[in-house]
Design a protein around this ligand. Structure first.
Ligand code: ZN
Ligand code: ZN
Length: 411
């Protein structure tokens, strides 16, 4: 991998991703195998005037061993010292950058109930921290780098080195990094495009979106009054732009919590907590998921929906054209950061407060009263877009407007 491209990727994550400001602290969360890239991120952070760079390391193999062998009662509590660290640093306004690099089969064979209980405990312990992230009070971003297991899943049959190289190239394409290019400038233009598309959807003032495709999806999604589609960059509490996911191709909002009805089928596999889930169908009645099916990994999907009551409701509606760059690459990444940006998707679990006018300043109760799913310890995206997806918008005065025709924007 060429060093200049890696440096540019690190610069992009620091300058455009979290948009680190002079005197601000940066927290990097990364796996130990990502150390060489984390060192580059650290250099870039100090180059723009970071006050301090704090790295929180993890390791999936150690986490797996813990899930398999630790005492059972351990999974009802989460690391309080870590929660204190994230709470203190996020309270000080630090920026949080995650370097994702997961083995899609990391937790195969782990008891789904241990994962569920730990997820509940972790969410509760980190409630204040997550609330700051979800409401965009502090800048945060996620970028990804390859690992061998992941690369071999994406490019089966290739020798390991070649698979890793191919995955690097695929990731660089998705984040607009190429030799002789200017990724930071390209991202500004890209973000503006997404924001323009979001504004168009906001101006329509839809009451419902009606989804239909040949997979069998027939879903009516009500939108709350004052819904806001967002896309591209967002602003933190101080008004500084940041980009939460790199890549990003979506515009998204929150559905009305009790206003989703019908059946929805997934169109891509989902890697959920280190396990593959395929062939999902969900039935929703007055917003609540009343039936869950998956051809593979159903027990992991059900465990995640059982995390809490809020996980039984949708928290995100996201639109991504079938003919958009990551989708057109034809690569199935087995990683939601990429696959959700190749496909229309929904998330079950907590909604982003910023998806409703004035939402960042509302309490959870006020958000619930405004109709969005404000209370859950999880948020899981799953992909539903297809080349024949039709979405019809119904305005508050009853007009029908084609939003998606044959998988692409018609608006
Ligand atoms: Zn999304
Ligand atoms: Zn999401």
């Amino acid at each position: 991998m060429k060093t200049e491209l890696l440096r540019e990727y690190a610069r992009l994550a620091v300058v455009t991703g979290v948009n680190l400001q002079k005197g601000q602290k940066l927290v990097i969360r990364a796996g130990v195998d990502a150390a060489p890239f984390v060192r580059l991120l650290t250099d870039e952070a100090y180059a723009v005037g970071a006050r301090d760079v704090i790295v929180h390391w993890s390791d999936e193999k150690i986490t797996r061993a813990r899930y398999l062998y630790a005492d059972d009662d351990l999974f009802d509590s989460a690391f309080p010292w870590q929660a204190m660290m994230f709470d203190l640093l996020s309270g000080e306004g630090a920026a949080f950058l995650s370097v994702s690099s997961s083995d899609p089969a990391a937790f195969e064979g782990v008891d789904p109930d241990r994962i569920r209980r730990f997820s509940v405990a972790y969410g509760k312990a980190n409630e204040k921290f997550y609330a700051r992230l979800m409401a965009s009070r502090i800048p945060w971003s996620i970028v990804a780098i390859p690992n061998e297991a992941w690369a071999k899943k994406v490019f089966p049959g290739k020798p390991t080195d070649e698979a890793v190289e191919l995955l690097w190239n695929a990731i660089f394409d998705t984040v607009r990094i190429r030799e002789g290019g200017d990724a930071v400038a390209e991202w500004t233009a890209h973000s503006d495009r997404l924001m323009r598309q979001a504004r168009k959807l906001n101006d329509c003032n839809f009451r419902y979106l009606r989804y239909e495709n040949a997979l069998g999806t027939r879903l009516t999604v009500e939108l709350p009054e004052g819904y806001l589609f967002a896309g591209g960059s967002e602003k933190d509490e101080r008004g500084i732009d940041f980009i939460a996911n790199m890549p990003t191709e979506e515009i998204f909002t929150a559905p009305k919590r009790d206003g989703v009805n019908g059946v929805v089928y997934s169109s891509k596999p989902l890697v959920l907590n280190g396990n593959l889930v395929e062939g999902i169908s969900l039935t929703l009645t007055d917003g609540r998921i009343t039936d869950v099916h998956a051809d593979r990994g159903e027990e992991y999907l059900k465990a995640e929906i059982d995390v809490d009551e809020g996980a039984h409701y949708l928290g995100e509606v996201a639109l991504v054209p079938y003919h958009s760059p990551i989708s057109e690459s034809g690569i199935l990444f087995y990683d939601t950061l990429f696959d959700e940006n190749a496909s229309c998707h929904f998330a079950f679990g907590e909604a982003y407060p910023t998806c409703i006018k004035g939402g960042a300043d509302l309490s959870k109760d006020e958000l619930l009263a405004r109709g969005i799913n404000a209370e859950s310890n999880t948020h899981v995206d799953f992909m539903v877009g297809t080349s024949d997806l039709s979405i019809v918008g119904v305005t508050r005065d009853g007009r029908e407007v084609p939003v998606f025709v044959n998988g692409d924007f018609a608006i």
